[in-house]
Design a protein around this ligand. Sequence first.
Ligand SMILES: Cc1ncc(COP(=O)(O)O)c(C=O)c1O
Length: 441
Amino acid sequence: MPGASSDLDTPAGIGSSGSLDDAVTVDVEAFDTIDVAAVKADFPILSTKVHDRRLVFLDSAASSQKPVQVMAAMDEYYETSHANVHRAAYTLAEAATNAMEGARAKVARFIGAAVPEEIVFTKNATEGINLVARSWGAANLNAGDAIVLTQLEHHSNIVPWLQLAAERGLEIRWIPLTDEGKLDLQDLDRILDGAKLLCLSAMSNVVGTITPARHLADAAHAAGALVCLDACQYVPHVRTDVTDLGCDFLAFSGHKMLGPTGVGVLWSRLDLLESMPPFLGGGGMILDVTLDGFIPADVPHKFEAGTPPIAEIVGLGAAIDYLEALGMDAVRAHEIELTAYALRSLTARFGDDLSIYGPHEPDERGGVMSLAYKGIHPHDLSQVLDQHGVAVRPGHHCAKPLMRVLGVGATARASWYVYNDHSDIDVLADALEDAGEFFAF
Ligand SMILES: Cc1ncc(COP(=O)(O)O)c(C=O)c1O
């Protein structure tokens, strides 16, 4: 497997300077390669055709495809074990409860949680971040308190804080970006001074930047702030250990990591979760209810009101099995190699006609590439690519503040995962060429 070249031609894109050493490095030579042909065979959707062309799916940053193993696990659950979980004394309900709690233990192991009770199942990452804002934030943040975000955040990690800030009179401070789309930490000490919380993305869904989460967590803790990581783009792609990351909260979604939609995870330390009030009220989250009040259940059930997405949780467990069988270091090494290939081949082919936003070095970014090509509107570009069977996403990618920093309204974003290979990048390049000719005037 070729390594992440450090002598790549500098891709077109924003600026040139970088200020940070990235915290996540993988020696791409050191790990097993992924047998992409075998992986592709596990994803029936990749054998389908679009406009009579092979589907080249390059939108995994929005939502990944699902292998047969995940779908089979969910089918098997419904065929053999479905009943509502907890509070039941019959065999089937016990089987369903065991299936769900078994998946909780898998998630805990996958991210290095101390105990399964630190795993709260949510609907998605968005709900996890809202839980932090509405529960921890509402209990701990008061008028005049400062929280810190960065300019590369997804709306899911901006809007909940804007809402809370408006209600509570909070100050929001923003970590700016360098020209290369990395965090500009020159002013970090001042920005963190007196802040109560730092909440940031571990990997940008637009420019791919992997942020130096550990460095920032240490700095935030030294300033007395807690740290919440939006790990929606990180957990699916990088071996994750919450202790190594040094964060206090970590949120992610199952559907971006080969799992089904409808399930996400919020991790936090047990003592912190225990100190927080419930988020949503209802069945499943109480020990007792009287006409005057209620006593919440223990963690994590305190935060899981209502019937949980049981089959989806089982599917997430199967997705973790699949990723672990590939090996997360191999997943990351594959992604770095593919990113290096894309940077190298697209830059060589299109030169200044193509802008690729984000860090220049493949190992400083995830497999996400926002593109601007020959002034063609990203929506038009994506439609022409679709005619070639290539699925890329145009738009603001739910990161409008970042779009304003980049000085664009939208980009066309290609993103890859374990089932993509060089041939997919080559089809993308051919399709781009065709779009260039189509819109030539
Ligand atoms: C960085 C980041 N954060 C949060 C989200 C929100 O994820 P979900 O819609 O699954 O809650 C996304 C989804 O694209 C994302 O990329």
